[in-house]
Design a protein around this ligand. Structure first.
Ligand code: PLP
Length: 490
């Protein structure tokens, strides 16, 4: 299968090339040029497989330059039972009134990013080999959320790679900061920096120096196809599990509701639909940073010129949802010129408007809504008291937006709601939502939440709390380029 840039579909590359390079030279995102269909035989195999088998089958449809044996081996390693705390890698928990929570946080860092970032190192190192790349791949990750720890965990001590994570001093939760600061591995570095990492990617001198030292830059953010492709499988897997549980029958339609930031997770569900997953509506849930809600409600007008808010769901605090670019490409039947024009407008003026025929196609598939911190907290409290289900702040946003959607439209289609983080990753906000009292001087608050509700904290989070920090470097924005020199000594 060929891949092309969303901004230029003339130049075709392989999946391995797309994964090794992350982003296209024209600034566009690599996409497949068609969608492989799931056959009846595939569905039968999927139904009978465990998560590892399902993942390998779906990846095999897109990564045609990888062998079935390779992908089965990668899936077995990435979704190892021990790492995911049991055989149920991505379980579906059925609650009342159409809510089916797809728990994507049973991996080693307790966030849904693990689903992709445990797989990406395998895909990336194989891609480097397949494309004849001999330099060391330096993964630079800029994050305000869960990507940092999940990427560190996935890449630590992976041969042929080095990884450096940048995050804003005050823009991550205490638990997130602790998880990253205590990361083990000889090839890792964590820097408490203000954004500006993009400057490194675009600085020719820096790239030339790295090349001289036998290194190249790569990305673990969701612009990389190797990060997105592994996410398609869990929507198909959830469907198979719901058929098995008798919630739906094979062929029935479902809705999919996703707490959205960069638009990667919900786009993976959209791609699953193009392969044949029967989806009625995608419900795009945002917090107070509701640029996407406005996009869907205002007929395809995207405008990032607005205030930015810090919320209790920080992984969704985003003004530019990069993967929306891929949706525009798909919905316009791969119109690269249109996408390039819209993205130039976004870069220049900070806004664009999609042509009405393209937007009509998007509107047929998508609904959207947003929810502020107060309503998210109320939802956490209510889910606990009414259904004995404890969810985190991001998941709460999605549950609330789904409930509003159902009340507004009367649509009672069974709905998969992506549950994207363990409640223990966002203890403070969850404890406050439940009406509990925070323990002074307790960075993690793990025991408070655990005691409050009699649910044990995940072992990996408790383990971070007991470790000593290895990283405490703070760098000023102006000195960001100097940090690249650190890569040499890793
Ligand atoms: C990253 C993240 C999201 C947003 O996912 P996107 O793919 O960026 O839309 C939502 N919730 C949590 C907990 C996350 O870590």
């Amino acid at each position: 299968m060929d891949y092309v840039s969303t901004r230029n579909r003339e130049r075709k590359v392989s999946a391995a090339y797309a994964i090794a390079n992350g982003i296209a030279p024209d600034g566009g995102l690599y996409c497949p040029t068609s969608f492989p269909a799931l056959t009846e035989a595939d569905w039968k195999t999927l139904a009978e497989s465990d998560y590892k088998g399902r993942s390998a089958l779906i990846l095999g449809k897109f990564l045609t330059d990888f062998s079935a044996e390779e992908l089965a081996d990668f899936a077995a390693k990435a979704y190892d039972d021990e790492k995911f705390g049991g055989a149920d890698t991505a379980p579906v928990v059925k609650l009342s009134e159409g809510k089916n929570l797809l728990e994507l946080w049973h991996g080693p860092t307790c966030a849904f990013k693990d689903m992709a970032l445990q797989m990406l190192p395998h895909l990336l190192t194989a891609s480097l080999r397949k494309t004849g790349e001999t330099r060391t791949a330096c993964i630079l990750v800029a994050t305000s959320g869960d990507t940092g720890k999940a990427a560190l965990d996935g890449f630590h001590d992976v041969p042929g790679t080095k990884i450096m994570v940048y995050y804003p001093v005050d823009g991550v939760s205490p638990m997130q900061k602790l998880q990253m600061a205590t990361q083990e591995g000889a090839n890792v570095e964590v820097i408490d920096a203000q954004s500006a990492v993009k400057r490194i990617f675009t600085d020719d001198e820096t790239r030339a120096q790295l090349d001289k030292d036998g290194m190249m830059l790569s990305s673990a953010n969701s612009i990389n196809w190797g990060r997105l492709a592994p996410q398609i499988a869990y929507y198909v897997s959830a469907y198979c599990d719901m058929v098995k549980a008798g919630t739906i029958r094979q062929g029935d339609r479902i809705n999919v509701c996703v707490p959205t930031g960069n638009f990667g997770n919900i786009l993976a569900a959209y791609i699953a639909k193009q392969m044949g997953l029967p989806v009625n509506k995608f419900i795009c849930a945002s917090n107070r940073n509701n640029v996407l809600t406005d996009f869907f409600k205002k007929d395809g007008e995207y405008n990032r010129n607005r205030d930015f808010y810090t919320t209790t769901s920080p992984s969704m605090d985003i003004l530019i949802s990069s993967n929306l670019e891929r949706l525009l490409f798909f919905a316009s039947d791969f119109d690269d010129r249109m996408v390039a024009e819209l993205m130039a407008k976004l870069n220049g003026e900070g806004s664009y408007k999609v042509a009405s025929d393209v937007f009509a196609k998007i509107a047929a598939d998508f609904d959207a809504g947003c929810c502020d911190d107060e309503h998210a907290a109320e939802t956490i409290h209510r889910l606990w008291t009414e259904e004995k289900y404890l969810c985190d702040t991001h998941t709460a946003v999605a549950v609330r937006v789904y409930e509003d959607y159902r009340a507004r439209t009367g649509d009672e289609t069974p709905t998969v709601i992506a549950s994207t983080a363990s409640p223990f990753k966002f203890c403070r906000a969850v404890i406050e939502a439940l009406g509990g009292t925070l323990e002074k001087d307790d960075v993690t608050q793990l025991e408070v939440l655990s005691g409050l509700r009699g649910v044990p904290a995940p072992e990996t989070l408790a383990a971070s709390a007991g470790k000593t920090s290895r990283f405490d470097r703070v760098v000023d924005k102006a000195d960001i380029l100097s940090t690249v020199a650190l890569l040499k000594d890793l």
